[in-house]
Design a protein around this ligand. Structure first.
Ligand code: ADP
Ligand code: ZN
Ligand code: ZN
Length: 732
């Protein structure tokens, strides 16, 4: 090959690929994934990565030569790049966008730097200035060259000269700052002995480890799924292979990592998520690439960490929407990518959940890959559920929101020194601010949704674009002073609960408290330690919490969510109610769950009340089939947006028309059904008018290819944006 395709990260230009000539002397050693130096116009030499080879140039120009290979050891493999290419293809985006997301931004610049360390040797015969530097070095011991230069304000030539004179040594050895050092005091302990049911499932799954289709472990909350995973992990690492373990969010991934470290030792475990520093990421990346990690735990982005030699991928809480990146592109779903990754490694993928995704459950049961845990590990009965029909109790409730029976149970629970969780999946104080005289609702000027009052900050906020505004004195429509906050959010619940239980220790967790990073983790820890009596929150508190002292869960508005105009609304609602119910009665004491509802006979709600996944699945699947929604089709969503309403609409119509023509021509119109274009349910976000086209693909891969080659040919005018979302999370 004559030319190499390299990836650079240039300030102002972003991450891009360019072609360079490969000098004769490098031809034998150059490899994909190596960091190199290349000349780049007026910027001189810049760092880059080799990402491909070719015998031809993509256009007519005289290519420059690669100057130097910085490190013969690549940072990723061809296989890895192939995975990224697949992602780009599947999600209808380009490779650079995917690389940009997968490889941490700073790596491209750091590749050559971090690996050098310096070490003190001797200070005999040093000058006064040199002595100063050497004393610093002596006191810190072995140190990263880069950091030393910065922290001790010295320069590379000075250090090099001192190395030449034998005062210190510069080596290429890496220092790993293990991000798990916080767990360093953890004592390892043996795996638990499995219960009969766990053992059975473990054996069943072990027998299926060669399956190329996803395995599903469906186990009710606290059935001990994690312990089953651990046994499987042990077998895989004993056989010399590695394990990727995904969790939906940072808090859960951290908890899990701690558990893994306890069982398998911190040496073999690494963690990957967006909150670890770039330096730590770099170190973990190197450890992974050098095959020094046996178990990598992380959130969705960990699917792109270069773990080698994978023998098993586990995706816990697989139904969680956090596995999917909705914005920006690539709009990938880590679960889908993980499946592909497993295929690359010919490794099994095991998905786990108490409330599996309808599609996952459908495919797993059809493939005979479904394994179930029916009982809680400690044989404790699941929490009892009770439904309060708010049509009857609403009037007698506190401010129309907290019913009498729920109040009684809260009081009782507090008296018994147990803890309470109250869920309302809506943050802010209210749901809208409305004029009682003319009915006008205050909307965000840039988005077509109501502004929401935030009591804590005394401000109206838009939950889509974060725009804020003060509470208007008078109605902008009729001028009356009858503007009122209507509906409830978590902040209002907090106020009401404090009024009802002035002596209780009360805290609230929703995304509004995240202005302070990790604030929710602190609160969760306090709750765990028994320092909070009543925890109020959104879906952020519905999962993962394993606090044996919680015996009451109250869901204040259990129907909220079911009514969203989205084909997944019932599934989401059901999952949320089941998950939150699973937080109650995990210890010795029998737990209970109280659902307040205005619509107790709704099918998804009935199943949630009975904690019956199968009955929900059966009913939901029927509806999906009737309307050709997943798993009976694949949805590809096109969002066309522009500041100009008319142009956005026109453009959407054009795309829709061309697509219909194409499918007609190929005789596919029955299998590639097109819905719309129509205004999105949220018609405007951040001042951009939005139109959508939904494509229901019933031809699986073939249909997908058809759509993506159609999309590849579309060139959009500058003022109109086309976003493609394959397998979208919602269609709002
Ligand atoms: P799940 O992942 O299904 O929600 P976990 O695996 O977290 O459940 O188990 C719930 C609790 O029961 C945990 O505290 C776990 O350590 C404990 N547990 C589960 N299985 C066993 C076992 N075989 N022996 C001892 N403790 C167990
Ligand atoms: Zn008004
Ligand atoms: Zn807005």
């Amino acid at each position: 090959m004559k030319y190499a395709l390299v990836l650079v990260n240039i300030t102002g230009l972003g991450v891009k690929t360019f072609s360079y000539l490969i000098p004769e002397e490098l031809k034998d050693i150059i490899k994909i994934g190596q960091p190199v130096l290349v000349p780049f116009g007026r910027r001189g030499l810049v760092n880059a990565f080799i990402v491909g080879f070719s015998d031809y140039l993509p256009g007519e120009f005289t290519p420059k030569k690669i100057s130097k290979i910085l490190d013969e050891k690549p940072l990723f493999s061809l296989k890895y790049l192939k995975l990224l290419e697949w992602v780009a293809n599947y999600y209808c985006t380009d490779l650079v966008t995917v690389i940009n997301m997968a490889i941490p931004e700073k790596f491209i610049e750091m590749s050559s730097k971090v690996s050098k360390t310096i070490e003190f040797v001797s200070k005999d015969g040093a000058t006064k200035r040199q002595l100063q530097i050497l004393e610093n070095l002596e006191s810190v011991g072995k140190y990263s060259l880069n950091k030393f230069l910065k922290e001790f304000k010295t320069t590379l030539p000075t250090i090099k000269k001192m190395a030449d004179s034998g005062f210190l040594k510069i080596t290429d050895e890496e220092v790993y700052r293990n991000p798990l050092s916080i767990f360093k005091d953890i004592k390892t302990e043996p795996l638990y002995e499995l219960s009969g049911e766990q053992e059975r499932v473990y054996q069943e799954i072990s027998a299926k480890m060669r399956s190329q289709k996803p395995l599903l472990l469906h186990g009710i909350t606290a059935s001990g799924k994690t312990e089953v995973y651990f046994r499987l992990i042990k077998d895989v690492i004993d056989s010399g292979k590695n394990v990727l373990f995904l969790a939906p969010e940072i808090a859960l991934a951290s908890q899990l990592t701690k558990r893994l470290a306890r069982k398998f030792g911190i040496e073999d475990v690494a963690i990957w998520h967006s909150s670890i520093s770039e330096g730590e990421k770099y170190d973990v990346w190197k450890r992974l690439y050098d095959d020094k990690v046996k178990i990598l735990a992380g959130v969705r982005s960990a699917v792109f960490a270069p773990l080698n030699n994978i023998g098993l991928i586990i995706v816990d809480e697989e139904h969680e929407s956090a596995y999917k990146q909705s914005n920006p592109a690539p709009r990938y779903d880590a679960k889908t990518v993980a499946q592909r990754l497993a295929q690359f490694h010919q490794a099994p993928i095991l998905l786990g959940s108490a409330t599996p995704d309808i599609s996952t459950y459908y495919f797993a049961s059809n493939n005979n890959n479904l394994f179930e845990l029916h009982k809680r590990f400690n044989n404790h009965p699941p929490a009892k559920t009770k439904v309060i029909n708010m049509q009857e109790y609403g009037k007698a409730s506190y401010k129309g929101i907290i019913s009498k029976p729920l109040q009684t149970e809260i009081t009782k629970t507090l008296e018994e020194n147990h803890q309470v969780i109250l869920l309302l999946n809506r943050r802010g104080f209210s749901t809208s601010t409305q004029c009682q005289a003319c009915g006008h609702v205050i909307e965000c000027p840039d988005c077509s949704i109501p502004m929401i009052w935030h009591h804590t900050d005394k401000i109206l906020k838009c939950h889509y674009c974060n725009k804020i505004m003060p509470f208007p004195d008078i109605c902008p429509n009729c001028g009356s002073d009858a503007l009122r906050n209507t509906g409830v959010g978590t902040q209002k619940i907090e106020v009401l609960v404090k009024e009802l239980y002035p002596d209780a220790r009360i805290a609230r967790i929703d995304s509004d408290i995240l202005v302070r990073k990790n604030a929710h983790i602190e609160l969760l820890n306090k709750f765990q330690a028994g320092e909070i009596d009543i925890l109020i929150g959104t879906q952020m508190i519905a999962k993962g919490l394993d606090n044996p002292n919680v015996t009451l869960v109250g869901v204040l508005s259990a129907d909220a969510g079911f009514s969203l105009p989205d084909f997944r609304a019932s599934e989401r609602g059901f999952q949320l109610l089941t998950q939150v119910a699973g937080r109650s009665g995990r210890g010795q004491e029998q737990g209970q769950v109280i659902f307040q509802s205005y619509n107790p006979s709704y099918y998804a709600f009935e199943s949630a009340k009975e904690q019956n996944y199968e009955s929900f699945y059966a009913k939901e699947l029927k509806l999906r089939q009737e309307y050709d929604y997943p798993p009976f089709s694949q949805i590809i969503r096109l969002i066309i947006s522009s500041e100009n309403n008319f142009r956005a609409e026109k453009s959407a119509m054009e795309i829709g028309m061309r697509f219909s023509q194409m499918t007609d021509k190929h005789g596919f119109s029955e299998y590639l059904e097109i819905l719309g274009p129509s205004p999105c349910i949220i018609e405007k976000i951040s001042n951009k008018y939005r139109f959508q086209i939904l494509i229901k693909n019933k031809l699986s891969q073939k249909g997908h290819q058809f759509v993506s080659s159609f999309l590849n040919k579309i060139i959009m005018p500058k003022d109109i944006k086309l976003a493609v979302d394959v397998d979208p999370l919602d269609i709002l």
